[in-house]
Design a protein around this ligand. Structure first.
Ligand SMILES: Cc1cc2nc3c(=O)[nH]c(=O)nc-3n(C[C@H](O)[C@H](O)[C@H](O)COP(=O)(O)OP(=O)(O)OC[C@H]3O[C@@H](n4cnc5c(N)ncnc54)[C@H](O)[C@@H]3O)c2cc1C
Length: 414
């Protein structure tokens, strides 16, 4: 498969870099400290048409694709990882509509998202249902032409500032496969409220909140896709499409920390020479750069696969690989960047400490990296049948399965 860098994507990435330099980086420390959203940068992003990147042309978007979305996110996150997610979460909240919405729903909601008039949030996680997204408790019960939603969602990124909330609710508690549905709730709907604004370790410029639903009445036409029971499918497809975005946020964050470490290492002198001339610092810098470049190309590959053929079953595996590898790398690079800064790296006076605090969440949200490894391993074991021609090279005794004590049969699964 070829990774195609379109002229359009190059231009969008260049625009994102310009906005990052002008509106994001200079304000990052201020917004982090005050835990304030950077509306000025968001306006610049909207004016430049970057919210349209992930939306089809038919609905006011530029349809630039997932690879372009990844590159835009990377540029914004390079300046401030928190602003990177503040941008990318709009794609996360929109994908259920793009991938599973009816024509009418797409026409109603997507154009306003594309022009930046409306922000979106994605409400899947709950207090008792994180990695196990099947275990949701928020309910939506039919009442005439409406659904009534009750319950609480945890950790809604963009909560409070978003206008649209894609809410995953239980609509059929007795069904195993069609238990959950995605329903769009608009901000001003009576009974909807933001109850707790989280005080976070990092990405402090973007609000993450608890969203509460107290007899929230929404019309049935807000059921995404029009038919109940499709929510889990929409959520999983959404995460496959959005994970390259988190992974791109991680590449940007790693690159941002590396840039700072490199400049610092060439300015700071110890033992009469810049620390960048000491071998052990060089080794850290070389590894940081190499692994960030490897992460970048894995992210681009995963994103390009989704653009090339969204139905390809390997997209999910590649998205998980990209998310896992790039976010583990961002944490490692941010840690080493602090190490290169020495004592100054530990101080909040300099942005490198913020890169370190911001990096941790990347390994947790949109599926923890343990969950990503589960997804990858599941794909691998599912495809092992394609490697049957290697059976003859596997010791026969390891292909025995004990069915009962003392009895063994040749394993038929290999
Ligand atoms: C800042 C922030 C922003 C977020 N934004 C959003 C958002 O916008 N929308 C949204 O819906 N959610 C959001 N989340 C929720 C996030 O996706 C969850 O925190 C994440 O999926 C993990 O769920 P959990 O925190 O309940 O951890 P748990 O699922 O309880 O996991 C705890 C630990 O156990 C491990 N674990 C769990 N199950 C297994 C298993 N089977 N095998 C191995 N290890 C396992 C996990 O990897 C983790 O290390 C956000 C969270 C944070 C902190």
């Amino acid at each position: 498969m070829n990774i195609v860098f379109s002229h359009q994507a190059d231009e969008l990435a260049a625009t994102a870099r310009k906005i990052a330099d002008e509106y994001v980086r200079p304000q990052a420390a201020k917004h982090d400290k005050a835990q304030e959203y950077n509306y000025e940068a968001a306006k610049a992003v909207a004016d430049a048409g970057l919210f349209a990147t992930f939306i089809p042309k038919r609905y006011g978007g530029s349809e630039a694709g997932i690879l372009a979305l990844a590159r835009v996110t990377e540029e914004l996150a390079r300046a401030d990882s928190g602003f990177g997610v503040a941008f990318a979460v709009n794609a996360l909240g929109s994908f259920p509509i793009i991938l599973g919405g009816t024509e009418e729903q797409k026409q109603e909601w997507l154009p306003k998202i594309a022009c930046g008039e409306k922000f979106v949030a994605f409400c899947l996680s709950e207090k008792y249902a994180g990695s196990d997204a099947q275990g949701l408790a928020v309910t939506a019960v039919e009442d005439g032409d409406d659904y009534i939603i009750n319950g609480e969602k945890k950790w809604t990124t963009n909560g409070g500032i978003a206008d649209y909330y894609t809410v995953f609710c239980v609509t059929d508690a007795n069904s195993k496969s069609r238990r959950i549905s995605a329903i769009m709730v608009e901000k001003d709907t009576p009974g909807f409220s933001v109850k707790k604004i989280e005080d976070k370790m990092g990405i402090r410029c973007v609000p993450v909140v608890e969203t509460h639903f107290d007899h929230v009445r929404v019309p049935k036409r807000n059921m995404i896709g029009g038919c109940p029971g499709m929510g889990f499918k929409h959520a999983m497809a959404t995460l496959d499409h959005a994970r390259p975005g988190v992974a791109a946020q991680a590449v940007g964050a790693a690159q941002g920390a590396l840039d700072l470490a490199l400049v610092y290492a060439s300015r700071r002198k110890q033992f009469g020479a810049p620390i960048s001339s000491h071998q052990m610092v060089q080794q850290m810098l070389a590894d940081m750069a190499t692994e960030t470049e490897a992460a970048r190309w894995l992210v681009y590959r995963a994103a390009a696969g989704l653009d090339d053929d969204p139905t390809d079953a390997t997209n999910s595996k590649l998205a998980a690989m990209a998310k896992c590898y790039a976010t583990d790398n961002a944490m490692k690079v941010a840690t080493d960047a602090v190490q290169i800064f020495g004592g100054y790296g530990f101080m909040e006076d300099y942005p490198v400490a913020k890169y370190f605090r911001d990096a941790k969440i990347l390994q947790i949200y949109e599926g923890t990296n343990q969950v990503q490894r589960m997804v990858i391993a599941r794909h691998l074991t599912r495809t092992v049948k394609n490697l049957g021609h290697l059976d003859e090279f596997i010791p026969t005794e390891t292909q025995l399965t004990y069915t009962e004590p003392g009895q063994a049969v040749v394993n038929q699964n290999t």
